[in-house]
Write a new protein. Structure first.
Ligand SMILES: [Zn+2]
Length: 380
């Protein structure tokens, strides 16, 4: 066994506090390459998605789970994948990921992906899933269903408290950037902004006004529901310059006294900025999901840079897997290795005891997420 495969300080199961559902249908090569990263798949100039650190990590670490040699070529991998069928591939990857708790964002392409319960059913028996509701999608759906604008925020709050969701998520980053107002938006301002919203020809709404988006975020906080915020790296819809988490400083200052967890997702390439915010604001938690599987064999560096400043009690694991089971596997495997590698180095240099490394590793692997979201401990 490769010594890197042993991760004694992150040996238990993981909580994945931000992921999406699986695509449970046969995928041809262009579909699969399109789901591999934040680009749009094979490009005239980019070439194959497999020629990336993620692509080589799939061939290295996922191929053996399909009964193939490590580093097997792409065509052989895809043939074997198709022969086994998507359910069997998903089952093998999710069981091997060691994730026992999934927090699933159901707001992105819900018609394309499976439900939170179906994700958990693919993993080990006893694995659990919880839903995370997207604020913008929830509000848009209510508007399209005829909710009057004057009642929208109350209706969103009601939906949050009545649902079984364990958190709400905002995609402010995709809609208006992260410079949300430093105080709770006043009702008259929210009403003016809502009245300016118009549906498209199909009757659907798209909320992109910062006043409305901030009001939605406050609705989650008022409901006492942990608030996830997309930060940093994402697909080409995003204007990354506006997604540095430091833009959130006034919003975080304004929400600090509520003491409801605010969880900054992804954060790359601003993970050091996010780590700073987690240190100075008690209610802020962070992860480096999505960056871990995309940076593949170099992901330990991202994890190490994040750990420079983040309190151990504020870092969480997430895969941000969407569609492909390979992404749950790689997110968890590479995160375990990276975190374990940093802790093991500190133990080797006598900067940390092995007992402390085990305790801190367990906090990051799942304890912090269970605390932040008030989750039960999964029992096998
Ligand atoms: Zn996501």
């Amino acid at each position: 066994m490769n010594p890197d495969d042993e991760t004694p300080y992150v040996a238990g199961t993981l909580v994945d506090h931000h992921c999406h559902g699986l695509v449970l249908r046969d995928l041809d090569r262009p579909d699969l390459e399109g789901l591999m990263n934040e680009g749009s798949g094979v490009g005239r100039w980019t070439g194959s998605s497999f020629d990336s650190l993620l692509g080589v990590a799939i061939r290295r670490h996922c191929a053996p789970l399909l009964g193939l040699e490590p580093h097997t070529d792409v065509d052989t991998y895809l043939l074997r994948r198709r022969a086994l069928g998507h359910d069997e591939v998903a089952r093998r990857m999710l069981v091997a990921s060691g994730i026992d708790t999934f927090l699933v964002d159901t707001g992105l392409l819900p018609g394309e992906i499976c439900t939170p319960a179906e994700v958990a059913a693919m993993a080990d028996p006893g694995a659990r899933s919880y839903e995370v509701l997207r604020l913008e999608t929830t509000a848009q759906d209510l508007l399209a269903a005829g909710t009057p604008v004057g009642e929208l925020m109350t209706a969103v709050g009601q939906r949050l408290t009545e649902s079984e969701a364990v958190a709400a998520k905002s995609i402010a980053a995709y809609r208006c950037g992260l410079d949300l107002p430093g105080e709770r938006p006043g009702e008259p301002d929210v009403l003016v902004a809502l009245n300016a919203l118009r549906p498209d020809d199909s009757g659907a709404y798209r909320i992109a006004d910062p006043t409305v988006i901030a009001a939605l975020a406050w609705t989650a906080i008022d409901a006492g529901l942990p608030l996830q915020l997309h930060v940093g790296y994402g697909d080409s819809d995003i204007d990354l310059l506006r997604c540095d988490p430091l833009h959130l400083t006034p919003f975080l200052r304004a929400t600090a006294s509520q003491s409801v967890p605010v969880l900054l997702l992804h954060n790359y390439p601003f993970h050091r900025h996010a780590a700073y915010l987690a240190q100075v604001f008690d209610h802020v938690f962070i992860d480096v999901g999505l960056a871990v599987h995309n940076t593949g064999a170099l992901s330990r560096r991202v994890i190490e840079e994040t750990l420079e400043l983040v309190p151990f009690g504020k870092l969480l694991h997430s895969s941000d897997a969407f569609g492909l089971p390979e992404l749950y596997l790689l997110g968890s495997l590479l995160f375990r290795r990276g975190l374990n590698g940093v802790l093991a180095d500190l133990v080797r240099r006598d900067e940390l005891t092995a007992a402390d490394a085990t305790r801190l590793g367990a906090m990051v692997a799942g304890g912090n997420a269970r605390r932040a979201y008030g989750l039960e401990v999964t029992r096998r």
